[in-house]
Design a protein around this ligand. Structure first.
Ligand SMILES: C[S@@+](CC[C@H](N)C(=O)[O-])C[C@H]1O[C@@H](n2cnc3c(N)ncnc32)[C@H](O)[C@@H]1O
Length: 184
């Protein structure tokens, strides 16, 4: 009986240590990247899905996918395929749990600055301005012509703007989707 209790205590301590380590690493990632985890609101995702810009033929990359909620909702609404890239182990793990329920999308514990951006037909991102300049360089060099590049909340300079979706027209200060097309 004592052995059984000790095993349970060790398992619980192990899980608590793993969670603490994940949170600590996530905090370090936040300090280094200066891009906090904030979700795109569900109503905004619905507005993007209803625009018809994303269909089941698309492969969507979410650069900085957080806990995967954005991709889960988008895939559910549009039936697209998707991959999310997240550097914070804690949020990636939450996303991995969500993605395990679907064959249409997956999560990667990876820095999106180290992936190849030539495959997706749609690239989505919701980053603080601190994370955007290095990404712009990659988008210009790697995204193939015709790729839709969607930024929530922040405009991306130097790309060809094709549309703005305002999920909350009644709120003048609300965040918008800025939709660009890679031309050449
Ligand atoms: C504002 S959240 C957006 C979450 C999700 N895409 C959404 O829209 O709901 C930005 C996320 O990007 C992640 N991130 C920032 N820079 C990153 C990088 N270079 N590689 C991978 N993830 C990154 C942060 O850890 C954070 O979870």
């Amino acid at each position: 009986m004592l052995n059984f209790i000790l095993i349970i205590v060790y398992i619980v301590l192990g899980l608590v240590s793993l969670a603490a380590l994940g949170l600590l690493m996530s905090f370090l990632v936040l300090l280094i990247l200066r891009v906090p985890f904030v979700r795109t609101p569900k109503t905004a995702i619905a507005a993007l899905a209803q625009s018809g810009l994303i269909t089941e033929k698309d492969l969507v990359y979410d650069l900085g996918a957080g806990d995967g909620k954005f991709l889960q909702e988008l895939v559910r609404a549009t039936n697209c395929r998707a991959e999310g890239f997240e550097l914070s182990p804690f949020f990636w793990f939450l996303g991995e749990l969500r993605a395990a329920k679907s064959k249409k999308w997956k999560m990667h514990l990876q820095n999106f600055l180290q992936i190849d951006l030539s495959e997706p037909t749609v690239i989505f991102t919701f980053l603080a301005p601190a994370g955007l300049p290095t990404l712009m360089h990659k988008l210009k060099n790697e995204a193939k012509p015709g790729t839709l590049i969607i930024s929530y909340g922040f405009e991306l300079k130097e790309l060809h703007l094709v549309k703005i979706i305002d999920p909350q027209p009644e709120n003048p200060t609300g965040s918008k989707f800025y939709i660009y097309k890679k031309m050449v």
